[in-house]
Ligand binder design. Structure first.
Ligand SMILES: [Mg+2]
Ligand SMILES: [Zn+2]
Length: 187
């Protein structure tokens, strides 16, 4: 079976505003261009897959069921704008906070590549033709370790990142990042 190219996306600070451990639905504010960026990803024949660290679970700020609620809300809002996300993958762990089973040195917390590798396996994704977009260097590192080059966005915490050697491209926001991917495909 033919494998799909994808765009892996960080969540907080990349598709919606970074509020620091989003723990209430009313804090969820998608960026104005997120739906357009996702429609563009789809038009390119790529899957859009969220890859997100959610250590707020391990830290006791919210439960995993709340993450499901947030992800359903994101899907509902996007659907109204003709956009969608094909998969949500999260790491609820933290190596030092909370209690087991969430307190553990897992292989899925970015910058580790575990979530991307799992998504690729389950969704039949060709990582070598895929990209990872995020607002932190650990997003880029996770992509690179999995085999997908990273694009840094300057939204969220991205404005503070000084290390620009690792990302393949630095974009002001998600839509610009996706347009850049589209340009690469055209050449
Ligand atoms: Mg982020
Ligand atoms: Zn994990």
């Amino acid at each position: 079976m033919k494998k799909h190219p994808a765009v892996f996306l960080d969540r907080d600070g990349t598709i919606h505003e970074e509020v620091g451990y989003l723990s209430r639905i009313d804090q969820l504010k998608l960026f104005p261009d997120t739906a357009e960026a996702l429609r563009m990803i789809r038009e390119m024949g790529r899957l859009a897959v969220v890859i997100t660290n959610q250590s707020g679970v391990a830290r006791g700020f919210f439960e995993e069921s709340f993450l499901d609620e947030v992800h359903r809300e994101i899907e509902n809002r996007l659907e109204k704008e003709g956009a969608r996300i094909d998969g949500f993958y999260y790491c609820p762990h933290h190596p030092h906070s909370g209690n087991p089973p969430y307190r553990r040195d897992c292989d899925c917390r970015k910058p580790k590549p575990g979530l991307i590798l799992r998504a690729a396996e389950e969704m039949n994704i060709d990582i070598g033709r895929s990209y990872m977009i995020g607002d932190m260097i650990k997003d880029i590192q996770a992509g690179v370790r999995a085999g997908a080059p990273g694009i840094l966005v300057r939204t969220g915490y991205g404005g503070n990142v000084v290390r620009t050697d690792l990302p393949l491209y630095v974009a002001p926001n998600l839509l610009d990042a996706v347009k850049w991917i589209r340009e690469q495909e055209a050449t």
